[in-house]
Write a protein that binds this ligand. Structure first.
Ligand code: PLP
Length: 248
């Protein structure tokens, strides 16, 4: 979707929401079954406030430091929730345990262990998605699909982590067949986990789709689309994609 006109953030949000609803309907799905998660990374907290004033309460950030900073600037909005959607280093687990409502990028027992310990100390629990590397070698983060069931089994030991589903970033680029294959791989994995009695938690949620591919993701069963650019406008170049894709 091309959305380059300098319109306000609420108008852009509404346009994306309408596109999400239309994609769901085309796929024979209910629009209310697809969450739109605005991703505010690199953008000023004023834009978060503007959307919050219209009733939007959950925002995605891929870096813990930035999310925490924005959280601290918005403590006057008690219903504001932060979803951390990017890779976590164990030394940041304490921060996530303190303020995040969701963590969508769990991809190791090591991080699970660090989070569990900190969550216990805070007396909190956290909704988590397991991040799947659905695109092969290109991405630095997420587990290959075949390794996800083993992690799901190990997570039964972590009471403070509520596994709600899977998250993925499809391969970047314009080839829809390649993107679709990524989403289908995750959906297939979801089916396996739903049937797997040894897997911790539930796997009803599929966080898939960003500005460039959310309509396709919804067609492939996404229940949460993470949209930055189409709502907040372009980000400075080389900010985030390098984080995931070593070279393009
Ligand atoms: C930045 C980011 C998004 C949003 O990307 P856009 O292409 O700007 O919509 C989604 N998911 C993750 C994990 C991100 O880091």
């Amino acid at each position: 979707m091309a959305m380059t006109e300098p319109t306000g953030v609420w108008e852009r949000y509404q346009r994306v929401r309408a596109a999400v609803d239309a994609a769901a309907e085309r796929a024979g799905r209910r629009p209310e079954d697809v969450t739109l998660l605005p991703v505010s990374k690199t953008k000023p907290v004023e834009l978060v406030r503007e959307l919050h004033a219209h009733g939007v309460t959950t925002f995605g950030e891929n870096k813990v430091q930035e999310a925490l900073g924005k959280h601290e600037q918005t403590t006057d909005l008690p219903d504001l929730r932060w979803a951390v959607i990017g890779h976590l280093q164990t030394n940041k687990a304490r921060d996530v345990a303190r303020f995040a409502a969701e963590f969508q990028a769990l991809d190791s027992v090591k991080v699970a262990r660090a989070l569990e310990k900190r969550l216990q100390a805070e007396g909190r629990s956290l909704d988590v998605h397991l991040q799947v590397n659905s695109s092969g070698e290109e991405s630095k983060f997420g587990l290959p699909p075949e390794e996800v069931p083993a992690l799901a089994h190990e997570l039964t030991a972590f009471d403070s982590l509520r596994v709600v589903g899977l998250m993925t970033l499809a391969a970047p680029g314009p080839d829809t067949a390649v993107v679709r294959a990524c989403f289908e791989r995750v959906r297939e994995l979801q089916r396996r986990l739903l049937d797997d009695d040894r897997a911790a938690g539930s796997y009803t949620q599929l966080s898939m789709g960003m500005s460039g591919d959310f309509e396709l993701a919804i067609e492939c069963g996404s229940t949460c689309v993470r949209v930055g650019t189409a709502i907040f406008g372009e980000r400075p170049p080389q900010n985030d994609y390098q984080h995931y894709w070593p070279e393009r």
